[in-house]
Design a protein around this ligand. Structure first.
Ligand SMILES: [Zn+2]
Length: 432
C-alpha cells in the first residue's frame, strides 16, 4: 500500500503486513461542538485503520484532544477547564455517532503534563531550548533541518512563528523561536508547576509528548489537516528530533472543507457543527460525502452536495430492501484493494460500490459498506407501514409548526426501535 507523504512530496510504500502501523493524528482543540470540517481527519484515520486491519496490519491509532489552549481560555474566562471537559465529551459523543469506532488512544494534553515537562527539560539540557521570563522557547537556530516539512527552510522571514497563541516576541532570541512553556497569565484558570515556574505548556509540545508516550520514539504515519503543516507540525518535528526521536516516518495531510452555496453560508453563519449535520442529513450521508472527496484535496460542503450524498445513501438502501437471501458469491476484495492501496482513493472505492450494486454483487457491496461504517444501508427490512404513517403525521406537525407534537411522534417512533431523520425530500426511517 502506498500513501502520499508531505515530507518527501512523493508516494511512499508502507512496510508489508503485519506492520505494525502506528498512527498519530492531531485532534481538535475543544471549546465548542466540533465543526464538520474537523471530522475529516477523524473519519479518514478511522477508515484507514479499518482498511489496514482488514489487510492484515496491526494498527495503533492515537488521536489527541487539545484541552489547553488560548482559544479555550478566551471562550470561557475563569472556567476553561469545565468548558474543555464538556467540549471533550461533545467531541467523543458526536464522532461516535459516525459509527466508525474509536481510536486506540485519545490522550488529553492536561493528562500528559509530566511527560511534557520532561521533554522540555530534555530540550533545555541539550541546548535546544532556553528559559526566558518564566517561559521556555525552542531555539530554532539549533535545529538546521527546520522548515523542511513545509518547504520554507530557505526563507528566514517566512519562518517567523505565526502562532495561533499569543507569544511574547521580545523574550525570543530569534523571531523563529516558539514557546514550549508559558508562564501563568492573569485570567488563566489552569496552571501547573514546572522547573521554570508555574504555567502551562505551549500547543506544539503537547503533541510531541503525547505521540511519544503512546506510540514510542518512532511511528509510521502522522496525520492532520494541511492547515497544521506550518508551524504546528514543523515545530513537532523540531522538538522530537532535537530530543533524539526519529518521530513520524511519513506525513498524511488532509485537505480542508469549504462551505459553499449561498443558502448555507447565509442561514448557518458559516458554522456547521458535526452534531447538527448528522441531525440534518444522517450519518450515512455524511460518510458518503467524505468518501466522495479525495482525502488530500479540498472538499466542498453545501446543501446541494449533501442532497446528492443523501440520494446515494437512498440508492444503496433501496437496493437492499426486500432483497431475498442469495447464495454467497466470492467477495471482490482485490478490486477494492486496487483503489484503496493506491493512496487510499475513496471516490474510486465508492464508484466500485455503485458498480457492485449495478452488477448485483450483494456480498461484496455489504462487505465494502460495512468497512466504511455504512453497514446500516444494507438492511433488508423496510419500516412497517404504521411507522411510516407516524413519520408522515410528524412531518405534517412540523409543517404546521407544532413542534411538541412532532417531538412526541419522534419519541413514539423511537420507542419502536426506529429513528426518523429529516432529509431533503422528506424523511427516512432507519432501524436504531
Ligand atoms: Zn498536534
Amino acid at each position: 500500500m502506498r500513501l502520499f507523504d508531505t515530507y518527501t512530496r512523493a508516494l511512499v510504500e508502507l512496510p508489508p503486513p503485519p506492520g505494525p502501523i502506528r498512527i498519530y493524528v492531531c485532534g481538535p482543540t475543544v471549546y465548542q461542538r466540533i465543526h464538520i470540517g474537523n471530522a475529516r481527519p477523524f473519519v479518514l484515520s478511522m477508515w484507514l485503520k479499518r482498511w489496514l486491519e482488514e489487510s492484515g496490519y496491526e494498527v495503533r491509532l492515537a488521536e489527541n484532544i487539545t484541552d489547553i489552549n488560548d482559544k479555550i481560555y478566551a471562550a470561557a474566562p475563569g472556567h476553561s477547564a469545565e468548558l474543555a471537559e464538556q467540549a471533550s465529551r461533545w467531541y467523543v459523543e458526536d464522532t461516535s455517532l459516525l459509527g466508525l469506532g474509536r481510536p486506540d488512544y485519545e490522550p488529553k494534553a492536561s493528562e500528559t503534563i509530566p511527560e511534557i515537562v520532561g521533554l522540555i527539560g530534555q530540550l533545555v539540557d541539550g541546548g535546544f531550548a532556553y528559559p526566558a521570563g518564566g517561559d521556555v522557547y525552542f531555539r530554532v537556530a539549533a535545529f538546521p533541518e527546520y522548515g523542511r516539512l513545509s518547504g520554507r527552510e530557505g526563507d528566514h522571514d517566512a519562518l517567523h512563528n505565526p502562532s495561533e497563541e499569543a507569544e511574547r516576541d521580545e523574550l525570543k532570541e530569534d523571531p523563529r523561536d516558539f514557546a514550549l512553556w508559558k508562564a501563568h497569565k492573569q485570567g488563566e484558570d489552569t496552571v501547573w508547576e514546572s522547573p521554570w515556574g508555574r504555567g502551562r505548556p505551549g500547543w506544539h509540545i503537547e503533541c510531541s509528548a503525547m505521540a511519544e508516550k503512546f506510540l514510542g520514539p518512532v511511528f509510521e504515519i502522522h496525520g492532520g489537516g494541511n492547515d497544521l503543516i506550518f508551524p504546528h507540525h514543523e515545530n513537532e518535528i523540531a522538538q522530537s528530533r532535537a530530543a533524539g526521536d526519529e518521530f513520524a516516518r511519513m506525513w498524511m495531510h488532509n485537505g480542508m472543507l469549504q462551505l459553499t452555496g449561498e443558502k448555507m453560508s447565509k442561514s448557518l453563519g458559516n458554522i456547521v457543527s458535526l452534531h447538527d449535520a448528522i441531525q440534518e442529513w444522517g450519518r450515512e450521508a455524511i460518510l458518503l460525502f467524505f468518501m466522495n472527496g479525495q482525502w488530500r484535496k479540498p472538499i466542498e460542503f453545501s446543501d446541494e452536495v449533501m442532497a446528492q450524498a443523501s440520494a446515494q445513501a437512498e440508492t444503496f438502501r433501496n437496493y437492499f430492501v426486500g432483497l431475498e437471501p442469495e447464495p454467497e458469491e466470492e467477495i471482490e476484495r482485490d478490486a477494492l484493494a486496487r483503489v484503496l492501496d493506491d493512496d487510499f482513493n475513496t471516490p474510486d472505492a465508492l464508484a466500485l460500490f455503485h458498480d457492485w450494486r449495478a452488477r448485483g454483487r450483494t456480498a461484496s457491496l455489504r462487505w465494502g459498506l460495512e468497512l466504511f461504517g455504512l453497514g446500516d444501508l444494507a438492511e433488508t427490512v423496510a419500516a412497517p407501514a404504521e411507522l411510516v404513517a407516524l413519520a408522515e403525521r410528524r412531518q405534517e406537525a412540523r409543517a404546521g409548526r407544532d413542534f411538541d407534537e412532532a417531538d412526541r411522534l419522534r419519541g413514539e417512533i423511537e420507542d419502536q426501535g426506529w429513528e426518523v431523520r429529516d432529509v431533503a425530500d422528506g424523511f427516512e426511517l432507519v432501524p436504531k
